[in-house]
Design a protein. Structure first.
Ligand code: NAD
Length: 249
């Protein structure tokens, strides 16, 4: 996995959690990496931070143009920016559905269509979307979030089919419960965060949460020429949750 040398990568939502771990790993492995985020300030050299909101087409176009100019091209796009939502279909009003879809699904569409012309010029073009086990697991209290990730999964397959003859591979990772600031915020909102964390860990097949670095490792594999014959797949990074047919509740 050291052969990112000379490759240029863009990571959306790369200032925190899974995206940040991915950006750092790709840079460590030799890639030049730009990060697109609502708030890129946590990102330091050698990562190139660009402010962008994936729900705003003009902002994405501007930031991608600046990032690609700074990188000197583009080989790898990591569509990772995403937000959560809790509840059943009775709990979220229409505008909340539109808001979360706008980030999790249309954010990928907007970023990808601006990046495709640059990826076509690459000999090692790869797109990796951050999906979730929620796409296929049937998680309780996650109707809206699951639907967005189901769409990300379908989009991954459709994009893989559309661009395979152009030499652009498209895959996704399906993380389980990952120890990121996002999950930290959810735990902090519980009456007893430590007890909630212990219960969450106990529900994992491995007895622990997945680390952001472990998801980054899977993303890096799918982004690298090592997976050159792999496209249209979802790689689970969930501590065995799906493979062992277990469901978080
Ligand atoms: P996080 O909140 O730590 O990081 C998400 C990043 O995305 C933040 O830096 C945020 O600023 C950025 N972002 C959010 N909205 C944006 C927008 N409109 N435009 C640009 N950037 C935006 O979250 P994380 O846990 O690292 O999650 C990253 C991805 O992983 C998401 O797509 C999420 O659905 C997915 N995921 C997370 C878990 C988990 O357990 N943490 C599990 C499965 C999938």
């Amino acid at each position: 996995m050291s052969d990112f040398e000379g490759l240029k990568a863009l990571v959306t939502g790369g200032a925190s959690g899974i995206g940040r771990a991915t950006a750092e790993l790709l840079a460590e492995r030799g890639a030049r990496v730009a990060v697109l985020d609502l708030d890129p300030s946590p990102v330091d050299e050698p990562l190139l931070g660009h402010r962008a909101d994936v729900t705003d087409d003009a902002s994405v176009r501007e930031a991608v143009a600046a990032a690609v100019a700074g990188l000197g091209g583009l080989d790898v796009l990591i569509n990772n920016a995403g937000i959560g939502a809790q509840g059943t279909v009775e709990d979220n009003p229409d505008d909340e559905w539109h808001r979360v879809y706008d980030v999790n699904v249309l954010g990928i569409v907007r970023t990808t269509r601006v990046c495709l012309p640059h990826l076509r010029a690459s000999a090692h073009a790869a797109i990796v979307n951050t999906c979730s086990i929620a796409a296929t697991a049937g998680l309780p209290q996650r109707a809206l979030y699951s639907a967005t990730k189901g769409a990300v999964y379908s989009l991954t397959l459709a994009m893989a089919a559309d661009h395979v003859r152009e030499g652009i591979r498209v895959n996704c990772v399906n993380p389980g419960t990952v120890d990121t600031p996002w999950v930290g915020r959810l735990l902090d909102a519980a009456p007893d965060p430590a007890a909630e964390r212990a219960a969450l860990e106990a529900r994992q097949p491995t007895g622990r949460l997945v680390s952001a670095a472990e998801v980054a490792g899977a993303v890096a594999y799918l982004a690298s020429p090592l997976s050159g014959a792999t496209t249209g797949t979802a790689l689970a990074v969930d501590g065995g949750m799906q493979g062992l047919r277990l469901r978080p509740v």
